[in-house]
Design a protein around this ligand. Structure first.
Ligand code: IMO
Ligand code: MG
Length: 409
């Protein structure tokens, strides 16, 4: 059975925790997009792990994790991450594999990323990891894949420094390479979890272009870049937070950007630990944007949603969420493509009552306060999508399951 999990906002929705949680029932975890621009946090007991390239199932001793075809892999960053895991007692040998169609991030791509960013009149706010450059090289057919590492004809196109870099890593990288489609065919009776990076609104096609990442962050990427066809995905899950965040530049219609919202912004940033895992940047925060969430559901065939960080609202008397945009006097209920429309959009807000108690120890959906259930029901109705899991803290056990994605209904 194949389950895909993607971010349904601008990244940082809690994908790492949810992949780690759902991986308990999977045998194989395939990360399908992005690279070291991602930062997936997992809490295990009183330990915290920040993963960038290695799929979030790695903490279980018996799972195979695969870096998929759609990834941009920096070997230096990848082996540094594996060494970090090893030093913390996680034996990864024999169970970390890499699609031989995945592209390599060369060191000079990181420099080009930073130079291009510095030259932009309106910078995107990239993570500087060379991700966009790797995908540009891939699209211009000048990139290098794992499968090309021993191909002298391919290497002849590169600069001497690139070849030197490749020669330094090839012997460690090559043993991990697999043909992903063939591997997954042979494991077609396994439970496979496809792990997304970034989010629906950072997707190159569906996102807030040009303020996006350059990979396929949506559900389509799980198939095309995860080594299987689109009809092989049994379920698509979308993870979103009770509020919104964005890191880097670009339009953010529900951002807290007035003085009167600054206390709420700081409260959410501190309570929700909204600081970048990869760059340490404070994240921009705002109201939950239901217009954007419904768009993410539609553009990705999301079967069910996973709501995270609900506990961040525990102490609030009331809070709001955006149900439409007012753009230069006109009400919009869909997510427009034009950056100018998104920048001019003022959120039309609906108010919700808070529950004013800790929900950290809730085990069953029915034990949630009525006000929290009202919020959940409203989101479900608005998006036309069920919320099957609710996360109320970083630890694995702080997860409420209404419906397991691993059961065929
Ligand atoms: P995870 O998987 C949040 C953002 C960057 C920048 C834009 C382009 O942790 O949710 P890039 O370096 O990819 O060219 O930067 O995309 N970005 C993310 N924001 N979470 C992420 O990943 C992100 N990956 C990229 O901040 O605005
Ligand atoms: Mg992140």
């Amino acid at each position: 059975m194949n389950v895909a999990l993607i971010g349904a906002q601008w990244g940082d929705e809690g994908k790492g925790k949810m992949v780690d949680y759902l991986a308990a029932e999977a045998q194989i975890i395939v990360r399908f997009s992005g690279g070291a621009n991602a930062g997936h946090t997992i809490v295990r007991g009183n330990e915290q792990f920040a993963l960038h390239l290695i799929p979030s199932g790695i903490l279980y001793p018996d799972k195979t994790v695969i870096l998929g075809t759609g990834m941009a892999i920096d070997p230096e960053a990848m082996f540094a991450e594996l060494e970090m895991l090893e030093s913390r007692g996680i034996d990864w040998h024999g169970r970390v594999l890499v699609s031989d169609r995945a592209h390599i991030v060369l060191p000079r791509y990181r420099d080009i990323d930073k130079t291009m960013e510095a030259a932009r009149r309106k910078p995107i706010g990239t993570t500087g990891r060379g991700i966009g450059v790797t995908y540009s090289m891939k699209a211009s057919r000048d990139g290098v894949r794992l499968a090309d590492l021993y191909d002298e004809d391919r290497l002849a196109n590169l600069e001497p420094g690139d070849v030197e870099f490749i020669r330094a890593w090839v012997d460690r990288l090559a043993p991990l390479a697999i043909d992903l489609t063939d591997y997954l065919y042979h494991h077609r009776h396994s439970y496979i979890l496809f792990e997304g990076a970034q989010g629906a609104l950072l997707d190159l096609d569906a996102g807030t272009y040009p303020y996006v990442s350059s990979g396929m962050s949506g559900a389509a990427g799980a198939a095309a870049q995860g080594g299987v066809g689109p009809r092989s995905l049994d379920r698509v899950l979308g993870v979103f937070k009770a509020y919104s965040t964005r890191v880097g530049n670009g339009p953010f219609p529900t951002e807290f950007d007035t003085d009167s919202q600054s206390a709420l912004c700081q409260f959410i940033r501190d309570t929700g630990r909204e600081y970048g895992v990869t760059t340490g940047r404070p994240r921009r925060c705002g109201y939950l944007d239901l217009v954007a969430l419904r768009y993410a559901c539609l553009a990705n065939s999301i079967d069910s949603l996973i709501l995270t960080h609900l506990d961040v609202y525990d102490t609030l008397d009331s809070f709001e969420a955006c149900v439409a945009y007012r753009v230069r006097g006109k009400i919009l209920e869909y997510f427009p493509a034009a950056i100018r429309d998104l920048e001019d959009a003022e959120p039309v807000l609906r108010s919700f009552r808070g529950w004013k108690r800790s929900i950290a120890d809730v085990k069953e959906y029915d034990q949630l306060p009525l006000e929290a259930k009202d919020y959940i029901s409203f989101i479900e109705e608005y998006t036309g999508t069920a919320i099957d899991l609710v996360s109320i803290g970083y630890e694995r056990e702080r997860t409420i399951v209404r419906k397991s994605p691993w059961i065929r209904y």
